[in-house]
Write a protein that binds this ligand. Structure first.
Ligand code: HEM
Length: 449
């Protein structure tokens, strides 16, 4: 590249950057005005705009351009102790926060200990011997080579069976999205729970409590404590029952017990139970939510939906996955990932947007914003299926990147494949979260073949 073409390219990207911000400002002006002068109804409309992923993307576009790293003394999150809030929006800075694990630490430990009635879980730990031991143990039980041999065939078959029995319409989160991970809890984990409904309910409220209860709502905590006690009791009994059998079996629970029998440290019954609690919370509500939200985004884009349908009908899993993950970029399960500054730290050092973040500040690394940053992403507003996979930040980044990332990558397209293969697919109404962090109803239908 010549100096001239480099400068021209830099100029084009900057123009796109500020162009996005101005477009966002224009789109948000109306709702903000209505919010300012429209009384309760106007405020509710503004809340709805900013609560929707498209509203959040617009707000982030403005922040990215004008105050990319915002630090305030306000405490936006009450669930975990903090002395202020920082919102980090550019791709480079979001990645920096998530990679500087010693400076920006995970916060989940106190709530994790409440759920296990004592112990921490590795998502709540900083780098250290316990973290390495627990992740290593669980990786020995949840193996990557299970995907082609076991996990994908189980998920694909279950999705096909559900769709074969569906009468021209389906409520995606309840009748499809969560039933695949629940099936895997049974056949792959060996911990089906007393019923699918209870497992879905327990894991959802626990996820809500750990990750989405930003205001520390006492009723969420009360429900989570009850669900955690039930899940602990169930898992204790399942472990005891399996140990009483002569063969432990080849599923995840059986493998954990085999590691215990071999004298592996960190694999007492209690350790196995607590690790399973952490994994189950990550497993069910997330996959169900991701499948539903990705489908919703596809349904809003006819060309993308047609592309996904062709890929599903042609059994082209790679192309189908590219559609699903690009759709999820527009409405990821976690739009922000939060950390707390363990000590005073400067981010984006040496740039004009460098910011000092005081110790104790809650740092919201806005991965949704990062994935729309035109300084890092080519034409981020476009739906494209040729983006490099490792650029996405759909399930974290750095040391705590999702333990289930390969499962997500393999299973999500399988959940949606037989549905996306239908001609004439359409939503009967909007995706409904029913006041929770999860889709609780999203009915789609298709004409008889
Ligand atoms: C689409 C589905 C999923 C999404 C969107 C998702 C999202 C995430 C995110 C954002 C993180 C990082 C949290 C942070 O850094 O604060 C994470 C970590 C984690 N996830 Fe997932 N997850 C999904 C599926 C799963 C599955 C299937 C499992 C279980 C096999 C799982 C287990 C975990 C665990 C154990 C961690 C902690 C990893 C560590 O601390 O090293 N997740 N996930």
């Amino acid at each position: 590249m010549t100096l001239f073409s480099t400068l021209a390219e830099a100029g084009r990207i900057r123009i796109a950057h500020y162009g996005m911000a101005l477009g966002a400002a224009a789109a948000l002006a109306g709702p903000f005005l209505r919010g300012a002068v429209g009384g309760a109804a106007g405020k509710a409309a503004l809340g709805a705009t900013l609560g929707a992923p498209v509203g959040q993307r617009r707000l982030f576009a403005l922040q990215r351009a004008f105050t990319p790293n915002l630090v305030t003394a306000g405490q936006g999150i009450r669930a975990y102790d903090n002395s202020g809030t920082a919102v980090v929006t550019r791709h480079a800075d979001v990645v920096e926060v998530l990679e500087r694990e010693a400076d920006f630490a995970v916060v989940y430990e106190p709530r994790m200990r409440k759920l296990t009635a004592g112990e921490n879980f590795f998502l709540g730990m900083q780098d250290g011997a316990d973290y390495t031991r627990d992740v290593t143990n669980m990786r020995a039980a949840v193996r990557r080579d299970d995907l082609p041999s076991l996990v994908v065939p189980l998920a694909a078959q279950r999705a096909r069976d559900i769709m074969a029995a569906a009468p021209g319409r389906i409520d995606v989160p309840v009748e499809l999205g969560r039933r695949i991970p629940l099936h895997l809890l049974d056949r792959y984990f060996g911990t089906p729970g007393p019923s699918e409904a209870e497992m879905a309910e327990w894991t959802s409220i626990l996820f809500w409590y750990l990750f989405a209860d930003l205001e520390a709502n006492p009723s969420v905590e009360a429900r989570a404590m009850q669900a955690a006690a039930s899940l602990r009791d169930y898992l204790d009994a399942a472990i005891a029952l399996r140990k009483a059998q002569p063969e432990h079996g080849g599923d995840i629970l059986g493998r954990c017990l085999a590691l215990q029998a071999a004298g592996q440290p960190g694999m007492r019954d209690l350790d196995i139970r607590n690790n399973l609690i952490g994994l189950l919370i990550g497993f069910v509500p997330t996959l169900a939510k991701a499948a539903t939200q990705a489908l919703n985004q596809l349904l809003e884009r006819p060309a993308a939906l047609a592309g996904a349908r062709r890929a599903a009908q042609a059994d082209d899993d790679t192309l189908l996955a590219a559609h699903v993950f690009e759709a999820l970029r527009f409405d990821p399960v976690n739009p922000i990932i939060y950390r707390r500054a363990a000590r005073d730290a400067v981010i984006a050092r040496g740039t004009l947007r460098a910011k000092r973040i005081p110790a104790g500040t809650m740092v919201l690394a806005a991965n949704l914003s990062a994935m729309f940053d035109p300084l890092a992403w080519d034409a981020p507003e476009e739906f494209r299926t040729d983006r490099p996979w490792d650029q996405y930040i759909l399930w974290g980044h750095g040391m705590h990147t999702c333990f289930g990332q390969h499962i997500n990558r393999a299973v999500l397209p399988q959940i949606l494949k037989p549905l996306l293969a239908k001609d004439g697919l359409r939503a009967t109404g909007p995706l409904d979260k029913g006041g929770t962090p999860f889709p609780v109803r999203f009915v789609v239908e298709w004409p008889a073949a």
